[in-house]
Design a protein around this ligand. Sequence first.
Ligand code: GLN
Length: 290
Amino acid sequence: MSGASRTIAELLKDARNRFEDAGLDDPAVEARVLISGLLGLSSTDLVTRGNEAVADEQDQAVRAAIERRLLHEPVHRILGEREFYGLPLRLSPATLEPRPDTEILVDSVLEHARRLASMHESIHILDLGTGTGAICLALLSECPQATGTGSDISQEALETARANAERNGLGDRFATVESNWFEAIHGRFHVIVSNPPYIQSSVISTLAPEVKMFDPSAALDGGQDGLDAYRAIAVDAGRFLHQDGVIGVEIGYDQRVAVTAIFEEQGFTLIEAARDYGHNDRALLFQQKD
Ligand code: GLN
């Protein structure tokens, strides 16, 4: 594209208008996040440097990114990364994009991880279906006495998780294991966490295109009733958890009763339920019954 170079303010306005026309919920926010990410500028810079013209290749990159967003690719997928619990994390097609709601699980588990760390010299954390490594890495960053293992069925996800650990200076306390739930796991852990796939198979096709086209179905599809992963995890969890350990799982908004029953049947008791920003049940914590 030739002609006069556009300014940052013009790029923002163009993106916002096109997102608005396409009916996106937050056109202004999306335009800001996308353009600040692509140009490597803070959102304050976008305003204070609004009159600066951008280089041709930056203009092209913004145009291309806008087209991708209009084809439903989420902004952070286009940028290739997003922040979770203050940590910048790379995304890949094999990983779920970490959601702010999942920080609720981290908050609830963290309290127990700290308590356990004060009682034991060091604690071991297992994150089943770790994806980007988000949950485990957030816990490790907050809990210096902890070491973590991230397991996943996808080798590509594990490579992403490993890169994220290195990038955040947590590589020496984080290990990865290719495993279908507990299949290839050894040893016992003080804390087990998971955000497993929990959407009913029949519901996947009704999800927003941003989710169903770009989040891997292996990270979403929980089988016919959405509960397959919880059953698989609960049946074996007792063998991998220290007696005083805690297991925390993310759940769908209407799964509290069903998931609690699955864990109770395997000898666990619910010790905490946390709600997300939309006031839905989102995280459950269990301990083994004495
Ligand atoms: N929270 C995700 C969604 O709303 C689902 C993640 C999952 O199945 N673990 O799409």
